[in-house]
Design a protein around this ligand. Structure first.
Ligand SMILES: Cc1cc2nc3c(=O)[nH]c(=O)nc-3n(C[C@H](O)[C@H](O)[C@H](O)COP(=O)(O)OP(=O)(O)OC[C@H]3O[C@@H](n4cnc5c(N)ncnc54)[C@H](O)[C@@H]3O)c2cc1C
Length: 483
């Protein structure tokens, strides 16, 4: 009987388990899942927390069932009595409940062994099997799925451990509730985590003075979809044809041309939209809210392109990929990453009323007895009493104090190596780990946030679909190998 370990039980781990359940090849396998109790069945973003923390996509894009894109919408109706929820944003805690239900169903059907411990190490044995170690013992497996998720937060001013500094803010309710009323609170960053923090702090009615700090002071836009729009150029068919013509690669210039043709055929002037909305300044955010969303067609193209995006990136040469990430990705990602419309409205209302403010040109942070001096490039420095880190994750895979023991061990033993574009290197599309010491590691698969540089698209549904593909393809391979 083959033995399979799943390390991590967030979106990726649950999806792997579900995919194993639905593939007859794995019917008589013994399955073991590892994760700490606290985030078992939710992962990091969907653990119980304030209801102010919203899913950044609408409910109709969050189903964990491949063949039923509206499964989460139906769950909302059934469990929460929500009618017409498809195009709305709901709390991440609710999504966590949905995930837990998915996990519970799979556990009932498969009856895996559950070990509520963090995995500390994975070793490769001479016979090609993998030994998984925790504090309570070890076991050996034929197949291991690494679903360990989010890499550590960045700490650009190296403040971890300082009093009144919140390096890892989630769950916000647990971490930030002790900040006293009327405190002057700084948030470093203006990404979606900073919006979570703003929504949570203002919901506390404690009259905080909230100050965002970042280099640019720009925020995400909100997104709306044009359901009738179909892609004609940015398609897998075009990609595969061009790959045949170009020896397995597709020039970035050709992809750019397809993108512009897609936009042109939908009467989108990308250059104009870039000028009007390409930064996310306060004025641009306000302008987006005034009329029918002028970006909806462009956002729909980018959203509908998401499932093909990893394959497009894999078809680039390294030089072209570098060029994409240096010159185009920041703008592409700006139009791609949505903030819920209601969050955008509350940000602007709070900003206008002076309850929050945004400082740009953050250069350094100095620790003082009473908090933090924020050193700015263009304006006078500011002082805050409490400081919350919202600078996002560090995908560089350097061994460090910030990493988990497991990741440090995997790097140290040369089981994994960092991808230039974030996370670890894996084969594509099968997501087998590429080790600098052992080469392609048969049966060691990586998923989700850990392969950010290869998969790029890391929404819950994209991670889930990829997990099914990896599990199903690996079943075929193992069958062919007849082992
Ligand atoms: C704040 C935030 C909000 C987000 N909001 C959305 C959203 O609204 N919509 C969307 O589609 N996507 C969203 N995302 C993207 C998100 O990355 C994915 O949706 C998804 O949750 C990632 O799943 P994962 O399983 O890869 O990682 P995680 O959710 O991080 O789960 C990994 C699990 O592995 C466990 N683990 C880690 N190391 C070990 C170890 N050594 N041993 C055992 N277990 C281990 C962890 O405890 C955790 O439970 C959000 C991301 C963040 C950070």
């Amino acid at each position: 009987m083959r033995k399979i370990a799943i390390i991590g039980a967030g979106v990726a781990g649950i999806s792997v388990l579900n995919a194993l359940l639905k593939n007859a090849y794995y019917a008589d396998c013994e399955i073991v899942i590892y994760d700490q109790q606290k985030t078992f069945g939710t992962g990091l973003p969907y653990q119980p927390d304030s209801k102010e923390l919203l899913i950044n996509q609408t409910a109709d894009t969050m189903s964990l069932i491949p063949e039923d894109p509206l499964d989460f919408v139906k769950w909302l109706e059934r469990e929460k009595g929500v009618a017409d929820g498809a195009k709305k944003h709901f709390s991440r805690t609710w999504y966590g409940e949905y995930l837990k239900e998915q996990l519970k169903k799979a556990v009932k059907a498969i009856e895996p062994t559950i070990i509520h411990e963090y995995v500390l190490n994975v070793r490769v044995e001479k016979n090609g099997k993998y030994t998984v170690e925790t504090i309570v013992g070890s076991a050996t497996y034929d197949i291991v799925h690494l679903c360990t998720g989010h890499l550590p937060y960045q700490d650009p001013y190296q403040l971890m451990g300082e009093n009144k500094y919140y390096y890892h803010p989630y769950p916000l309710q647990e971490t930030l509730s002790a900040i006293p009323p009327k405190a002057r609170v700084g948030i470093i960053g203006t990404g979606l985590t900073s919006i979570d923090i703003m929504r949570f702090l203002t919901s506390q009615n404690k009259e905080y003075k909230i100050q965002f700090f970042s280099r640019t002071g720009n925020f995400s836009l909100y997104r709306e979809m044009e359901s009738e729009l179909t892609l004609h150029y940015l398609t897998m068919k075009n990609l595969n044809r061009a790959k045949k013509e170009h020896n397995g690669y597709v020039p970035l210039e050709m992809m750019k041309e397809w993108f512009y043709l897609e936009c042109f055929s939908n009467e989108i002037d990308v250059k104009e939209l870039q000028v009007l909305y390409g930064k996310g300044t306060k004025e641009q955010l306000k302008k987006q809210l005034i009329n029918k969303n002028p970006l909806s067609k462009l956002q729909t193209i980018i959203y509908k392109f998401d499932p093909c995006l990893p394959d497009f990136l894999q078809a680039l040469t390294v030089e072209d990929k570098k060029a994409f990430f240096s010159f185009y990705e920041p703008l592409f990602n700006h139009f791609r990453t949505p903030m819920p419309k209601e969050s955008l409205r509350s940000l602007l209302a709070l900003w206008d009323s002076g309850k929050v403010d945004v400082a740009t040109g953050l250069q350094n942070v100095e620790v003082t007895d009473s908090g933090f001096d924020m050193i700015l490039a263009h304006e006078k420095g500011m002082h805050v009493e409490y400081l919350i880190n919202a600078t996002g994750h560090d995908f560089s895979m350097e061994p460090s104090l910030y990493q988990t023991e497991l990741i440090n061990q995997l790097i140290d033993q040369q089981l994994v190596q960092s991808s230039e574009f974030g996370g670890i290197q894996v084969t594509w599309p099968n997501a087998e780990v590429i080790s600098p010491k052992y080469g392609q590691l048969k049966g060691l698969y990586a998923h989700g946030q850990l392969i950010k540089g290869t998969q790029y698209v890391n929404s819950a549904r994209a991670i889930m679909l990829r997990a099914y593909q990896v599990v199903n393809e690996s079943a075929k391979e193992w069958t062919q190998r007849n082992v």
